[in-house]
Write a protein that binds this ligand. Structure first.
Ligand code: SF4
Ligand code: SF4
Length: 225
């Protein structure tokens, strides 16, 4: 199974989408920009533990607004086959200049002019065209086990398991921190320190977690909203 590590690099964003899944995380971590020292510590620790990922996906916030994006892409490339980026598409020139093999662009947040700039490299893009939906405030019935969109690589469809790094902690999946902040759940249940064996703890997912019943990545939730 492929491994994908999401790394949350900044709380900054130039937009304020009403249904942003990360808005509580951004509020709680306001002004956060991962320092180059923190990025270096992540890489060094992974190298010492022989941890290597199929994909590292930079996220936030708007990852293209991370001040160290250029150095970061190169550094994280030492511990992953592929470094990619999730972006709202508003910064096409910068994103294209990073030399990544692939990107994930949210077309619903970019203008037509901005999307046109991705046209020459569209084969290397995954474009999210779906509109935003409001996250449910109560658990959606009959939604477990989750049909989780993150259980497959968005480009190749291969099975994958994912984790998210956020400020010294690693979370169960890319949405767990956001759910903890939004629903007021204990982070301890869904995260561990980065230095712990997070692979062992979060590699095998049952998709039966309480948070999966609120999660828009769960197709069974998405289809009922
Ligand atoms: S662009 Fe993305 S991170 Fe920024 S507010 Fe919109 S959904 Fe949230
Ligand atoms: S909360 Fe559950 S459904 Fe959502 S991304 Fe995580 S594992 Fe998948």
């Amino acid at each position: 199974m492929k491994t994908r590590l999401y790394i949350w690099v900044t709380s900054d964003c130039n937009l304020a989408c009403p249904y942003c899944s990360q808005q509580n995380t951004m509020k709680e971590n306001k002004g956060y920009q991962m320092s180059i020292d923190e990025a270096y510590r992540i890489v060094k620790s992974c190298q010492q533990r022989n941890l290597h990922f199929d994909t590292i996906e930079l996220t936030g916030g708007e990852a293209s607004l991370w001040k160290h994006i250029r150095e970061g892409v190169v550094m994280f490339g030492r511990i992953a086959d592929n470094v990619t980026l999730a972006t709202n598409g508003n910064n096409p020139d910068l994103v294209k200049s990073l030399g990544m093999k692939t990107w994930i662009v949210s077309a619903s947040q970019a203008t037509k002019e901005q999307m046109a700039k991705y046209e020459p490299i569209k084969r290397r893009l995954t474009i999210n065209k779906h509109r935003h939906k409001k996250m449910p405030n109560s658990p959606v019935i009959n939604s477990l086990p989750a049909l989780c969109a993150t259980s497959r690589d968005p480009l190749t469809g291969e099975p994958q398991t994912c984790f998210q790094y956020l400020r010294g902690k690693v979370y169960h999946c890319c949405d767990a921190a956001a759910h903890c902040y939004r629903l007021g759940l204990s982070h301890e249940e869904y995260s561990c320190d980065f230095e712990e064996d997070f692979i062992k703890r979060f590699y095998h997912k049952t998709y039966n977690k309480e948070i999966c019943q609120y999660c828009l990545a769960n197709q069974k939730v998405w289809n009922q909203l």
